[in-house]
Ligand binder design. Structure first.
Ligand SMILES: NC(=O)c1ccc[n+]([C@@H]2O[C@H](COP(=O)([O-])OP(=O)(O)OC[C@H]3O[C@@H](n4cnc5c(N)ncnc54)[C@H](O)[C@@H]3O)[C@@H](O)[C@H]2O)c1
Length: 269
C-alpha cells in the first residue's frame, strides 16, 4: 500500500520519501512502482520521460529521521496497534509540529494513534483502497481530537490525488472493512465447512453478485494477515462474536500462507 500511495503522490507532483525498515522492502516497493508506471507507458497513458520524472520525485530511506522536513506523512506500516503507536510516537518527535500525521490503517482507532502523539488534532485516518493507483476512494476518518483544519487538509489532498473522499466516524473497521471482512470471513467458513470449492465460492460471488473478484481471491490480494488483523480489531472493538475469524484463516496465517505476497494463500501464485 505504501508504494501505491507514493506512486500516486509523486504522479500528482509531490516530492515523496518512501520509508521502510529494510532496503530490500524499499527495492520491492520501487520495483512495483516502476512496473505499474511502465504499464501506463505501454498503454500510452504516460510518456517515458514523465515516468522518469515521477520516479525521480520518490526518494527512499530506512531512516525515519529523514522525514524531519515532511509536510505530510501517510503511515502504511503493518496493521498492528503496537507497531503503529510506536511509529506515531516517533513521527511526533521527528516531524515539524504542524505536519499532519495520517494513517492508512484498515481498522485501528484513530483516537488511539492520536493519543500516541502530542498532536492528536493533527492525526487522521486516510484509508486508501488497493490497488491505490486504480481505486478512487479514500475513506477519511476523524479521531475524537482531529481538528477541522486537519480534516479539510486531508479532503483537499485526497482530491488533488484524484480520489473521492468519503467520511466515516472512528469506529472499528470503519465502513469499508466492517462490511467487507464479514463477507470474506463467511466465504472462508464456507470453504472450511466444505460448502463448495474455492473456485465455486469465488465464481458464485463473481457471476451471481457481479463482484469483480471472488472473496477468497480478494482475501489473497489484501493479504491474509491483514484480513485476520482487521477481523480481530472488529471482534475486540465491537465485542460481537459474528466477527470471529474463521479457524482456517488463522491456520493459513500461522503457516505463512499470506496470499499473493507470499505466493500462497487460498490459491497458489
Ligand atoms: N492490503 C490491503 O489491501 C490494504 C488496503 C487498505 C489499507 N491497508 C492498510 O495499509 C497498511 C499496510 O498494509 P499492507 O498490505 O501494505 O502491508 P504489508 O505487510 O504488505 O506492508 C507493510 C510494510 O510496512 C513495513 N513496516 C513494518 N514496520 C515498520 C516500521 N516500524 N517502520 C517502517 N516500515 C515498517 C513492512 O516492512 C512492510 O513493507 C495496513 O495498515 C493495512 O491495514 C491495506
Amino acid at each position: 500500500m505504501g508504494n501505491g500511495i507514493a506512486q500516486v503522490a509523486a504522479r500528482t507532483g509531490y516530492e515523496v520519501i518512501l520509508s521502510d525498515v529494510k532496503d530490500e522492502f524499499l527495492q520491492r516497493g520501487l520495483k512495483a512502482i516502476d512496473k505499474s508506471l511502465q504499464r501506463d507507458v505501454d498503454k500510452q497513458r504516460l510518456t517515458g520521460d514523465e515516468k522518469q520524472s515521477i520516479i525521480g520525485r520518490i526518494n527512499s530511506t530506512t531512516s525515519l529521521e529523514d522525514l524531519s522536513k515532511a509536510a505530510f506523512v501517510i503511515e502504511a506500516v503493518t496493521e498492528d496497534l503496537g507497531v503503529k503507536t510506536e511509529i506515531f510516537g516517533r513521527l511526533d518527535q521527528i516531524t515539524p509540529r504542524e505536519t499532519i500525521l495520517a494513517s492508512n490503517t484498515s481498522s485501528i482507532s484513530i483516537a488511539r494513534l492520536g493519543a500516541a502523539t502530542r498532536r492528536p488534532d493533527k492525526v487522521i485516518g486516510m484509508h486508501f483502497m488497493n490497488p491505490v493507483p486504480v481505486m478512487k476512494l479514500v475513506e477519511v476518518i476523524r479521531g475524537i481530537a482531529t481538528s477541522d483544519e486537519t480534516y479539510e487538509g486531508v479532503r483537499a489532498l485526497s482530491e488533488k490525488l484524484g480520489k473521492t473522499a468519503l467520511d466515516c466516524n472512528d469506529s472499528p473497521g470503519f465502513v469499508s472493512n466492517r462490511v467487507l471482512l464479514p463477507m470474506i470471513n463467511e466465504a472462508i467458513f464456507a470453504l472450511y465447512e466444505s460448502v463448495a470449492t474455492r473456485e465455486s465460492i469465488d465464481g458464485i460471488m463473481k457471476l451471481g453478485m457481479n463482484h469483480p473478484m471472488g472473496p477468497l481471491e480478494l482475501a489473497d490480494f489484501i493479504g491474509l494477515d491483514v484480513c485476520l488483523a482487521i477481523l480481530n480489531v472488529l471482534y475486540d472493538g465491537l465485542g460481537d462474536p459474528k466477527y470471529r475469524a474463521c479457524p482456517l484463516l488463522k491456520r493459513y496465517v500461522d503457516a505463512g500462507w499470506l496470499g499473493r505476497k507470499t505466493g500462497r494463500g487460498f490459491y497458489e501464485y
